[in-house]
Design a protein around this ligand. Sequence first.
Ligand code: NAI
Ligand code: MG
Length: 367
Amino acid sequence: MPNPSLLILPGDGIGPEVMAEVRKIIDWFGANRGLKFDVSEDLVGGAAYDVHGVPLADETMAKAQEVDAVLLGAVGGPKYDDLDFSLKPERGLLRLRKEMDLFSNLRPAQCFDALADFSSLKKDVVAGLDIMIVRELTSGVYFGEPRGIFEEGNERVGINTQRYTESEIERAARSAFELAMRRNKKLCSMEKANVMESGVLWREVVTRVGKDYPEVELSHMYADNGAMQLVRAPKQFDVIVTDNLFGDILSDCAAMLTGSLGMLPSASLGAPMANGRPKALYEPVHGSAPDIAGQGKANPIACILSFAMALRYSFDQGAEADRLEAAVEKVLADGVRTADLLGEEGVTPVSTTQMGDAVVAALDASL
Ligand code: NAI
Ligand code: MG
């Protein structure tokens, strides 16, 4: 069996800084857990534009289609603000998502005890929170036709269309059920079947797919109630599956239950490849943070936790993913803080490198 392959695209701004710390973690698993990856590295975003004149070269795109997983840092920056829209760094990331057809976006909201004070909610509402939102990413109202601004009589009308085919709903649902099987076998589907036909179909198809997963406890909720429940009692959920629009809003809402942007990982998954693994792109939720780039201040944890997601969802290494997440938890419990996580008085922040080293030391201690 060849080693699993990983394409690393550090990108711009703090992307390369946080990715350097992830490289240490990848090396650690190779040296200590026998998990060897064939790692290659390439350019995306402004870094690719500087060399190739485009935010993602065709060869890089082709490589991304072949590897078992892509790990991306961040793209963008003020240097590229005046570029034509088609050449902007963000287009590189959009091209990856589109051509890999990554229809299922996984955003965990996990509250580390040591950071529970960072939440905008009461500590006991979020302490121990560990939920996952699965957002359909390639269809729905952001893509449906007709769309546009049209003349109608003596005024204009703005139109967007919520449109979902059964197969689009089915593949998103299946990905959420697969995820639920690897977690606590509990799935809540959110739509507005009370007022939207697309929601009626969504509920019907999710229920039908659920027949293939009898072990998973499936429930349905209207998305507006879901938003309310997420801030009232988020721990009632485990996996939530929803459409593109509701997922955009609900995942941002859930993310902020847990605190800093520097802590939030994500995965975007597509159809299974020949080897059974889904096409996959893992990346932190944050951007290239030009305000702190080059200063060694960036928190690498979001990117490190994105690699933990890769271990779990691309490489079937759930126990090793747990090990990495526990190492992060330990470092935070020990009071190690990058500047973005400062709350308490009298704590001196550590640098990006020191945070990465602390996670490696905690991994060493886990053996
Ligand atoms: P941003 O996420 O880069 O930064 C927002 C704020 O959070 C900044 O104050 C930043 O310093 C802080 N921050 C972000 N990540 C951090 C980390 N790991 N550690 C410590 N602090 C962190 O969003 P912003 O400023 O709106 O966008 C900056 C650039 O990034 C733009 O060019 C934007 O288009 C791009 N961007 C790229 C994304 C991606 O690559 N997926 C996502 C969001 C924005
Ligand atoms: Mg959003």
